[in-house]
Ligand binder design. Structure first.
Ligand code: ADP
Ligand code: ZN
Length: 618
C-alpha cells in the first residue's frame, strides 16, 4: 500500500470528524428554537405568548414568553419538543394588521435589512478566488517539493520516500544462483562502481545504461540489486508502471527526482523495472494517456543524455519486451548494453533450489537434481515458491524436515495450481526435443549453412524451443543455394516430428511463416525463379498492425499470380523433400540429438558436433 493514499484516507477521516463536531453545534443551537407555521405564530400571538419578533425579509424570528410544545417530523418520525424561540415565514402578501396587533400586545419589534453591506458582499465575492488561489499555491508547492503526487492527500512527503531515496543492499552475486554469463557481463559495472578512477585509468569504457532482458521471475531485479550490493553503492529503484499511474506530470517529475537523488547519492545504481511501461515506441497511438507516457519517456531520455563522464551513476532497466521499446532508448549512450536472461536450465534450477532451501530444514533423501530436471520452464521465482510450498506442507504435517515427497507434492501443486506456469510435460518435451533436433541435424548436414550456435528446449518467448545459427561473418549477399538450404533447415523440425511421431504438430507455425516469406522474396524480389524471371513483383505490403496484406495493387495478371504461387510452392516442396530425406537417412543421429536435448536441455555448437561425430576412438 503506498503512503499518500493512506494519508488521504486519514485526512478525510479527520475532516469528517471535524465536520460532525461543527454540525453538532449547529444542531444544539437548532434545539433551542423551532420553525413554526404562520398560523401557529398568529395563535401564539393571540395567546399573548410572544416576547419579541425580528423581521427580516419575509422571515421572522423571535422568542416566546414561555416555552411551547412543537411537533416536527424528523426523518419520517413525529417528534414533540419544547422550545423557547421560533422562526417562521410570512405569507407573500404581508399581513397589514400584524404590526398593529404586535404593538397592541406589547411585543418587542425589530427588523433587519436583507441587504448585506457592500463590504461583506465584497468579501464574500472574494471567497471563491481565495479558495482557488489557495489550492493552486498548495499544489504548486507540493509539485515543487515532491512531485504532483503531493496533491494526493496533501501532505505526502512520503512520495519522496517511495521512489527517491536510495538504499544499501546486502544482496551479492552469491545470492544469485547460476546465471554465470549474466554475472560475468555485469562484473564490469561492479568494477567501475567500486573504483571509477582505476577503471578509467585502464581505459575501460564506462557504460551508462544496461538493459536486462528476460521473462518475469527470472531474477532481473535480484541481479540488479546484487550489482549494487557487490559494488557497495546506493540502490535506487522504481517500477516504470508507477510512473504513469496517477496524475499528468507525475512520471516526468518522478524521473527528475529519481535521477537528482541518485546523483546526490553517487556512486549509485538506478533500477527501472518494467521499462516497457514507459518505453514503448512513441506515436503508435494505441490506448489513451500516452501523452503522459511520452513525457515520462522524454524526461528519461534527457536525464540519460544529461549524464556527463564523471557521473558515477549507472542505470539498469528490466524488460520482457525489448521489441516494443522505443528505438531512441537503445541508442548509444542510453541503453546500449543488453544482458539477456533466460529461463534457467536444470543445472541452474538445481542451484536456485539450493539457494532457497538454505534456511529450510531438509531431510537426508533430498535429491535436487531430480526436482530440477522435472521442472523445465520454471523461473527462479517459481522455484522459490516451490520450496516455500514444500516447507508449508511439511509444517502442516508437523514434520521435522522437508522431504522429497513434500517437494514433489509442491511441484505438482504449482503445476496444476490456478496460474498455469510455463512448464512442459514429458511428452511435450520429447516432441520439442525432436523438433529442434530436426532443425539442428539438417543444418549440420547441409553444406554452406551457418554453424549451430546453440539449441535448446527451454521455452523462450512464444517458442517452446530454439535452434540458433550464427553466421561466421556478416553477410550482405545470399546465394540462392544458401537460401534453399535455409528453407530445408526450417522445415527440418516438422520433418523430424513426422518421422518420429507419424504426424506434425502446430509447433511448426513460425517455421512455416518464415519459409513462406523467404520463398516469396526469392521468387518475387530477387528473381531466383527461372520461370518467373528477373522481375520484381510487389505482392502487397504487410500491414504493420493488422498482420495481413493491404489491398493489393497488382501490377501483373492473374495468370502471373498463379505462376508465382506455383513457384513459391515448388521452392518450399523442394526444401521439404531435402529435410525429409536427411532426417530419414540419419535417424540414429536424430535420436542421439533428441535424447541429449531431453537430458541436457541446452546444447552448444561443440556439444552438437560431439554428438554427431561418428563414434571413433579419439
Ligand atoms: P524479475 O525481476 O526478473 O521479474 P525477480 O528478480 O523479482 O525477477 O525474481 C523474483 C524472485 O525469484 C527473487 O526474489 C528470487 O528470490 C527468485 N530468483 C529468481 N532468480 C533467481 C536466481 N537465479 N537465484 C536465486 N533466486 C532467484
Ligand atoms: Zn521449429
Amino acid at each position: 500500500m503506498n503512503q499518500p493514499i493512506w494519508r488521504t484516507i486519514l485526512f478525510m477521516m479527520v475532516a469528517a470528524t471535524l465536520f460532525n463536531i461543527g454540525y453538532g453545534f449547529l444542531q444544539r443551537e437548532a434545539a433551542q428554537h423551532a420553525e413554526i407555521s404562520y398560523s401557529r405564530f398568529r395563535s401564539e400571538l393571540a395567546e399573548n405568548n410572544l416576547k419579541s419578533v425580528r423581521f427580516k425579509g419575509v422571515g421572522a424570528s423571535g422568542e416566546f414568553l414561555k416555552k411551547v410544545q412543537v411537533t416536527e417530523t424528523v426523518q419520517g418520525r413525529e417528534v414533540t419538543r419544547e422550545v423557547g424561540a421560533f422562526t417562521t415565514t410570512m405569507p407573500a402578501a404581508a399581513d397589514p394588521s400584524l404590526l398593529a396587533e404586535l404593538a397592541a400586545r406589547k411585543v418587542e419589534i425589530s427588523a433587519a435589512t436583507t441587504e448585506t453591506s457592500p463590504f461583506t458582499a465584497f468579501l464574500v465575492s472574494l471567497l471563491p478566488w481565495l479558495l482557488i488561489i489557495g489550492v493552486w499555491w498548495y499544489i504548486s508547492r507540493a509539485a515543487r517539493t515532491q512531485g504532483p503526487a503531493g496533491m494526493m492527500g496533501g501532505f505526502a512527503k512520503s512520495g519522496a520516500r517511495m521512489y527517491g531515496s536510495g538504499e544499501k543492499v546486502d544482496v551479492t552475486f552469491e545470492d544469485v544462483a547460476g546465471m554465470e554469463n549474466s554475472k560475468l557481463e555485469l562484473k564490469e559495472i561492479v568494477d567501475y562502481l567500486k573504483d571509477p578512477g582505476q577503471f578509467r585509468r585502464i581505459g575501460g569504457k564506462v557504460p551508462k545504461g544496461v538493459l536486462l532482458v528476460g521473462p518475469p521471475g527470472t531474477g532481473k531485479t535480484l541481479l540488479a540489486r546484487a550489482v549494487a550490493g557487490e559494488a557497495g553503492v546506493n540502490f535506487f529503484t522504481i517500477s516504470a508502471s508507477q510512473f504513469i499511474e496517477m496524475f499528468v506530470g507525475v512520471g516526468a517529475s518522478r524521473v527528475r527526482d529519481l535521477f537528482a537523488n541518485a546523483k546526490k547519492g553517487a556512486p549509485s545504481i538506478i533500477f527501472i523495472d518494467e521499462l516497457d511501461a514507459v518505453g514503448r515506441s512513441r506515436g503508435t497511438g494505441f490506448g489513451g494517456g500516452h501523452d503522459e507516457r511520452e513525457q515520462t519517456l522524454n524526461q528519461l531520455l534527457s536525464e540519460m543524455d544529461g549524464f556527463d563522464q564523471h557521473e558515477e551513476v549507472i542505470v539498469l532497466a528490466a524488460t520482457n519486451r525489448p521489441d516494443v521499446l522505443d528505438p531512441a532508448l537503445l541508442r548509444p549512450g542510453r541503453f546500449d548494453r543488453h544482458v539477456v536472461i533466460e529461463r534457467p536450465d536444470w543445472r541452474d534450477r538445481e542451484k536456485i533450489l539450493r539457494v532457497h532451501s538454505r534456511k529450510v530444514a531438509l531431510a537426508d533423501n533430498i535429491d535436487f537434481v531430480t526436482i530440477a530436471k522435472g521442472t523445465p520452464g520454471m523461473t527462479g521465482a517459481d522455484l522459490e515458491s516451490l520450496v516455500n510450498e514444500a516447507a508449508i506442507l511439511a509444517s502442516r504435517e508437523n514434520a521435522a524436515a522437508v522431504t522429497m515427497a513434500h517437494l514433489e507434492q509442491a511441484k505438482d501443486k504449482l503445476l496444476m495450481g490456478g496460474e498455469r506456469k510455463m512448464v512442459i510435460s514429458d511428452s511435450e518435451k520429447r516432441l520439442t526435443a525432436y523438433h529442434e533436433a530436426g532443425h539442428t541435424l539438417v543444418a549440420r548436414l547441409l553444406p554452406g549453412t551457418d554453424p549451430i550456435h546453440k539449441v535448446t528446449i527451454i521455452p523462450r518467448g512464444m517458442a517452446l524451443g530454439v535452434t540458433q545459427q550464427l553466421p561466421e561473418d556478416d553477410r550482405y549477399h545470399y546465394p540462392r543455394s544458401y537460401l534453399e538450404n535455409r528453407i530445408a533447415v526450417a522445415l527440418g523440425g516438422r520433418a523430424a516430428e513426422r518421422l518420429v511421431f507419424g504426424e506434425v504438430s502446430t509447433g511448426a507455425q513460425s517455421d512455416l511463416k518464415m519459409v513462406t516469406d523467404l520463398a516469396e522474396k526469392m521468387v518475387c524480389q530477387w528473381g531466383m525463379s527461372e520461370k518467373i524471371g528477373p522481375v520484381v513483383y510487389t505482392r502487397g505490403e504487410e500491414h504493420p498492425f493488422l498482420g495481413r496484406k493491404l489491398a493489393e495493387e497488382k501490377g501483373f495478371s492473374e495468370a502471373m499470380a498463379w505462376r508465382i504461387d506455383q513457384e513459391i510452392t515448388a521452392l518450399v516442396r523442394h526444401g521439404e523433400e531435402v529435410a525429409d530425406e536427411l532426417v530419414r537417412d540419419n535417424r540414429d543421429r536424430l535420436d542421439a540429438l533428441a535424447t541429449a536435448l531431453q537430458e541436457e536441455e541446452t546444447l552448444d555448437g561443440s556439444r552438437v558436433d560431439q554428438i554427431l561425430r561418428p563414434a571413433s576412438p579419439d
